[in-house]
Design a protein around this ligand. Structure first.
Ligand code: CUA
Length: 327
């Protein structure tokens, strides 16, 4: 199963299962048609060779003259009708799948806004109590066996939101909100991609859906909704100072630090250390990659919107220590 992990053949969601059934039908019928066509082809070749060698053999039908025009017409009509029947079956099955996907599924228990940016995903969890809402990036946590209502938007160009194991693709179009439901049925980490070419770093615009049981999801959610923990060591305090006095603060938010506010241009970093990877699934979230990312993000992701930061080593050490403490 490792080979297919995270693909359309490794379904972990109700919506992906619908599409997988349709895919199975299409592939199955196409294989049958292919085998039947090959069978007829080889039979025709074999029969023509027997005729050419003038040897009817034991089979009297082979020594008969070629079929008449009316017999040919019957064959052509039959195959045309069969082709038409197969195509009609495909159209009907696709239509039914589409209907099932848009028809109301279970009542959503989580509401999330996903905004696609060049080249990362902003993920906003909504709550009736605004103080319990929060923003994160590139890691979409979902409760197991529940339905999440997603509002999908784009901040710049057309992207496409695709977590193959959970649901079919959906385009994120500027100024045209889309809504979709995700019902995750298997716990795990399911990789996602942007599947519409959206610029230089389209290939490094990954996300991951983390599907976990309700208790774990609630624990994650309340941790994310809280402010960043105060800097503990002197080094971390120095790091927070660097963050607030350098260019970082112009684009990034760390709730509970000096860098508060609202940012629609770069990921919220309040709990950046809790995420497994950096830069939209580009590199593992480790000290070495974080250092490299802060100093020269273009060496990892050329064209990224974040500028390089020529910080002295002392400041970089402190900054990375503080960011690494933001669990
Ligand atoms: Cu975003 Cu491709």
């Amino acid at each position: 199963m490792r080979l297919f992990h995270g693909s359309i053949f490794d379904t972990a969601g109700a919506q992906a299962a619908q599409v997988a059934h349709l895919g199975g039908l299409l592939i199955g019928v196409c294989v049958l048609v292919y085998l039947a066509t090959l069978g007829f082809f080889f039979f025709a070749v074999w029969r023509a060779r027997r005729r050419a060698s003038g040897d009817g053999g034991a089979d009297p039908s082979l020594s008969q003259p070629p079929p008449s025009d009316s017999r040919k017409a019957v064959w052509i009509a039959t195959t045309l009708m069969a082709s038409f029947g197969v195509l009609t079956l495909f159209v009907a099955a696709s239509f039914m799948t589409d209907r099932r996907l848009v028809s109301a599924s279970a009542t959503p228990t989580v509401r999330i806004e996903v905004t696609a940016h060049q080249w990362w995903w902003e993920i906003r969890y909504l709550d009736p109590l605004p103080s319990r809402g929060f923003v994160t990036a590139n890691e979409l946590h979902l409760p197991l066996q529940e339905t999440a209502a997603i509002t999908l938007r784009s901040a710049d160009v057309i992207h496409s939101f695709w977590i193959p194991s959970l649901a079919p693709k959906r385009d994120a179009i500027p100024a045209h909100d889309q809504s979709l439901h995700l019902t995750a049925t298997r716990a795990g980490r399911w990789p996602g991609r942007c599947s519409e070419f959206c610029g230089y770093q389209h290939a490094r615009m990954g996300l991951v859906a983390v599907v976990e049981p309700r208790e774990q999801f609630d624990a994650w959610r309340s941790a994310q909704a809280s402010s960043a923990k105060p800097a503990g060591t002197d080094l971390e305090k120095r790091g927070e100072q660097v963050f607030a006095s350098r260019a970082c603060v112009l684009c990034h938010v760390v709730r509970g630090s000096a860098a508060t506010g609202y940012s629609a241009t770069a990921p919220d970093l309040t709990h950046v250390a809790s995420r497994a990877r950096l830069a939209a699934e580009t590199v593992p979230n480790e000290t070495s990659s974080l250092r490299r990312w802060v100093r020269d993000p273009h060496s990892l992701k050329p064209g990224v919107r974040m500028p390089p930061n020529a910080l002295p080593d002392e400041e970089l050490d402190a900054l990375v220590a503080w960011l690494g403490s933001l669990r």
